[in-house]
Write a protein that binds this ligand. Sequence first.
Ligand code: ATP
Ligand code: MG
Length: 576
Amino acid sequence: MKITATGTKEKKGVENKNLNSDTSLNFIQNIIEEDLKNNKNQGRVHTRFPPEPNGYLHIGHAKSICLNFGLAKQYNGLCNLRFDDTNPTKEEEEYINSIIEDIHWLGFDWEDRLYYASDYFEQLYKWAIKLIENGKAYIDDQDSEQISEQKGTPTKPGKESPYRKRSIEENLDLFMRMHAGEFPDGSRVLRAKIDMASPNMHLRDPVLYRILHTPHNHTGDKWCIYPMYDFTHGQSDYLEGITHSICTLEFEVHRPLYDWFLDQLINGNYRPQQIEFARLNLSYTVMSKRMLLELVEQGYVTGWNDPRMPTVSGLRRRGYTPESIRNFAEKIGIAKRENIIDVALLEHSVREDLNKKAPRVMAVLNPLKVVITNFPEDKTEELETENNPEDPGMGTRKLPFSREIYIEQEDFMENPSRKYFRLGPGREVRLKSAYIIKCENYIKNEKTGEIIELHCTYDPDTKSGSATSQRKVKGTLHWVSAKHAIRAEVRLYDRLFNDEDPAGKKDRDFKEFLNPDSLKIPDNCLVEPSLKNIKHGDKFQFQRLGYFCVDQDSISDKLVFNRTVTLRNTWAKMNK
Ligand code: ATP
Ligand code: MG
């Protein structure tokens, strides 16, 4: 299935969906409502978001965050944040801090329920001993290669390890000595004793513990054996009282193992339930942390928060709002089958939100000088203009107008076609919030063909908003006053990849599909003077050019803007 987001059709679809969202539940909500009806877990709903702190959060994680925290909120429940930190080699404090910042920024909070899977190492160790004592786990002295050779294939049963029949006493002794640090990395593992012929590969005596003489971010050098993800996750859910343990589809095949551990280790009438949903895949985007890390480490982007990255911090820097991301997550819904969402839908969400919130201002990316020959040389006229036509409450501001202004180079054509409604010799346009001007003459560099300057006249009777302004023309241009405008660096982003599915090509490296034009910075951008005192993160609509956000690199004498997204179809329409 594929959702496309094009034109007005998409808008309609979105509106319908919003109307329906109160009445139609997704399949996870159905499960929860059924559980509540049956008073399962005494009517509690408790979810968790369990990131591994080995990278920054991306938009896929944001979907999972919105889902887990959203369900807790909807059903008066709780949602925990749990760092799934079982692998000491890849995890860093920087990632933990960024994850905390990003979830808060998205608008969610876990109150005092911040946990680490490593908080449970002691209990997990006891549970491992219990499995050994019950004859359900054994120490295997083989290395990982030998173990995987014996795994078999989905259609061919595996081979039992020669160590599988070790006595409980010997297993206990070896496990304690593993724990005491007597053995080198990789020399032994603890495995569950389940079924080497199971059609589910995950039940073929999975590894529970490995030896790693590596200090852990959270537990220091207390441990030199570490539990595997599968042996940790369900039990952590149990310890935290999680009722609905929501994860992505690739864990569906792990579910029997999740349940097997709980069967062996806990009794009582409460147990968490694992529920899988389809992960978010976005067109023109890679989402795996391994690939994102590669882009960062090899310098294809400037960092995890490069505005081209699909990370939460990248989107934030790009100018996305938390609301736009939450709305996106709501719109795409929850599915049981893998799909790819058109990245245009994400772009639509931020456009929709900023349309309501962002003040309109004028900026010119590629300036072309225009002299208004009948406007007095020393005069500056202050024109009143509204900040946002979508929201009159946002007020108005003054815009200086003078004899020399800049317009966009591409808003003039020497030999325009009939359908080009911008400037050409002898043609008229309206300057946004100002006057109608007419192009009387132009200066051209005969060698290069470059247009250097336009000479225009303005019609004083056509002032925008005034009672005398009756005349209409087809084209309206944005502009800035030459002597008032300020220079700015404007970073124009395009998609990071020029292929819809960069990660999904057999035998091709995803980096082959990097878009060489994903960042362009025109040389001489100018913005209107009201932007002098802006701060990081402020967002604007540059008239006709898109939505822009003040970048963290911006300092008082060098403004830097990121283009969040273009305005839909503006240029497409004008070029027709
Ligand atoms: P990646 O595959 O990008 O490396 P991961 O699944 O290893 O991600 P975790 O830190 O383990 O990353 O993920 C934390 C939670 O976010 C998990 O519950 C996982 O299922 C969920 N999650 C990860 N990627 C997506 C996605 N693309 N869409 C929805 N949920 C996701
Ligand atoms: Mg994971």
